[in-house]
Ligand binder design. Structure first.
Ligand code: SF4
Length: 290
């Protein structure tokens, strides 16, 4: 293999080893690490492009092209200036991401194979349904069996739901709202959570408040009271992982602000790496909703 492929492979392997050493959630740690390192950083793809911004592709600039490639929204063949070698290397990177995700998905299905759905359903806030589980994810009901999803979800969303099932948490919610950094192992990912979840929420709120509130409502949020924020909502990306979303309008020199608090039990249901990605998945779902 050439190019960046071995680098990513070693990142993932290192993360696996670290996870093992830490006794952490092997799949979750590796998945979330790769999500951050691979799917969200098109810079490595950009470096392989001609970087001349000739404007002849639909993306118009090389950076925009790299972003779209990383999301699989375009193909390398749309760039007429790219070298064959760069094209091959990028295609390897992209196919590796796909294979990697699918491999993790298959592994997670294997890991939940022995889980007794009726036994864990109540603990995770799901409903046992025939041989499957009905789970509310981002405001919509999804049905998952031991081998497949009935609903059309992105692979990232499927990974999250399966991790949630695999963990089979059953700690009663405490009702104590907690900053991400104060969750178990949260400090190390707190800045990432701000970048991935809180900042985009504040930006969406500032850009079009009416639209933002509509999108928040589309994922099942409920207005709440008793907090100093201008707007307070509770939303359940997963049944036992509520987010308290607090929003403030822009003031003089300061832009809009957002803080997301979680129930203090959240890390019993998903580890912090996966929680971080859950925040990102919420943003993605809101952006896609109409
Ligand atoms: S066609 Fe290629 S070189 Fe031109 S802007 Fe698009 S990606 Fe960049």
């Amino acid at each position: 293999m050439i190019g960046i492929y071995p680098v990513y492979h070693s990142i993932i392997q290192t993360e696996y080893i670290k996870s093992k050493e830490m006794g952490g959630n092997l799949v979750s740690n590796a998945v979330s690490y790769a999500m951050l390192k691979i799917s969200m950083n098109p810079l490595d793809i950009y470096k392989k492009l001609p970087c001349i911004n000739c404007g002849e592709c639909s993306a118009k600039t090389c950076m925009a092209f790299a972003v779209k490639l990383s999301k699989k929204e375009l193909s390398t063949s749309e760039c007429l200036k790219i070298t064959e070698q760069a094209k091959n290397e990028i295609n390897i990177m992209l196919s590796d991401i796909k294979d990697w995700k699918e491999k993790r998905l298959a592994e997670l299905f294997e890991e939940i194979a022995q889980i007794n759905f009726p036994l864990i359903a109540e603990g995770i806030g799901a409903v046992s349904y025939k041989d499957s589980l009905k789970i509310k994810y981002m405001g919509r009901e999804v049905i998952v069996s031991h081998t497949d999803f009935r609903d059309n979800l992105s692979i990232w969303d499927k990974l999250l739901v399966l991790m949630y099932i695999k963990n089979s948490g059953n700690t009663p919610l405490s009702g104590k709202w907690t900053a991400f950094r104060d969750l178990k192992n949260g400090l190390i990912r707190a800045a990432g959570f701000t970048d991935i979840c809180e900042t985009p929420l504040a930006k969406m709120f500032e850009e079009n408040r009416e639209e933002f509130l509509k999108k928040l409502s589309a994922i099942g949020s409920k207005k709440t009271a008793g907090f100093s924020a201008e707007y307070s909502f509770v939303v359940h990306p997963l049944p036992k992982i509520p987010f308290l979303v607090l929003l403030w309008s822009a003031e003089e020199d300061f832009g809009s602000a957002c803080k997301v608090l979680l129930d203090s039990t959240a890390a019993d249901y998903l580890d912090v790496e996966a929680l971080l990605y859950l925040g990102q998945a919420m943003i993605r779902t809101m952006k896609l909703s109409r």
